[in-house]
Design a protein around this ligand. Sequence first.
Ligand SMILES: C=C(O[C@@H]1C=C(C(=O)O)C=C[C@H]1O)C(=O)O
Length: 363
Amino acid sequence: MSRNELPDLREEVDEINLQILSLLNKRAEIVQEIGEQKKKGVGVNRYDPVRERESLDLLMKHHEGPFEASTIQHIFKEIFKASLELQEDDNRKALLVSRKAQPDNTLVDVNGVKVGDGEQRFIMGPCAVESYEQVKEVALSLKDQGLTMLRGGAFKPRSSPYDFQGLGEEGLKILKDVADETGMSVVSEILTPQDVEKALDYVDVIQIGARNMQNFELLKAVGRVNKPVLLKRGLSATIDEFINAAEYIMSQGNDQIMLCERGIRTYEKATRNTLDISAVPILKKETHLPVIVDVTHSTGRKDLLVPTAKAALAIGADAIMAEVHPDPAVALSDSAQQMNIPESQEFLKELNPSLNLNLAKSM
Ligand SMILES: C=C(O[C@@H]1C=C(C(=O)O)C=C[C@H]1O)C(=O)O
């Protein structure tokens, strides 16, 4: 090879690269059009392996080398894969909950507290409402720590039908009484579309539990009311399914939605569920909704509450959810994982020194 042959050859390669680039983008535009056509057809799948096989066969019929046939197949399979992703991205663009649809953060207004405004917050309270005294004791302590949002379960969807199922409407009344007396806001789970209207009188935030994340009628029902919703991720739900569940709510008009990562089911037994910490920045990136991390249900371990909450706040969570009970040993649900009141005070002190500082200043 003479000395100036190499630059000439590279110039030729550059030229071909540009042609390939232009052809790839031309192809991508056609693929997008195909994607639009598919969206209109009922029951038409984006992924079409039969079509991909036919395309590969056609290519192989014309392929002469010098590349190995398998190399060409590999390159084209990558192109098909990228094309499918492009069609999926175009579809996602349409989601109301997506950042593409709304670049600015949604602020969820819970009685004047704007979740999602960059301030880190805590939603705490007992797993289940058991009595007025129990809820009041926890609420007073949390209020003392500067918290404004109180959680408590009145309807408890338990794994076993023989376990405590909650006090129902009586539990909602207790929460409402305590909220009125302490000035706190109530976050409580609702299980059926029929109970949504009733709940409006009692709760400030309707929680949709993990087991109901794909209860689409319930999602649509809470989408039609004017009340913030805290949507928990399903036990085995992918992030995509979680985002689509939120879309069910927003598609009905209610944009006041908070997403809550609460751990997913994996093979790992060291924790009750596996906290999918990377879901937090992914959800913040893909959607404009506030993201909460429930450290109690994800870990099921009191010794992990502080480190996981620190990690969640560091990675961008807007709020932490955790459970507190005056006497966890006798709690009717989740007794091993709830903090007692002194533990909850320690927890908050470690995570939010500024909260205590503010309190000290105001005293
Ligand atoms: C473009 C299409 O969608 C997908 C992408 C393909 C491609 O890039 O060639 C082929 C089949 C589908 O999996 C199509 O169906 O034609």
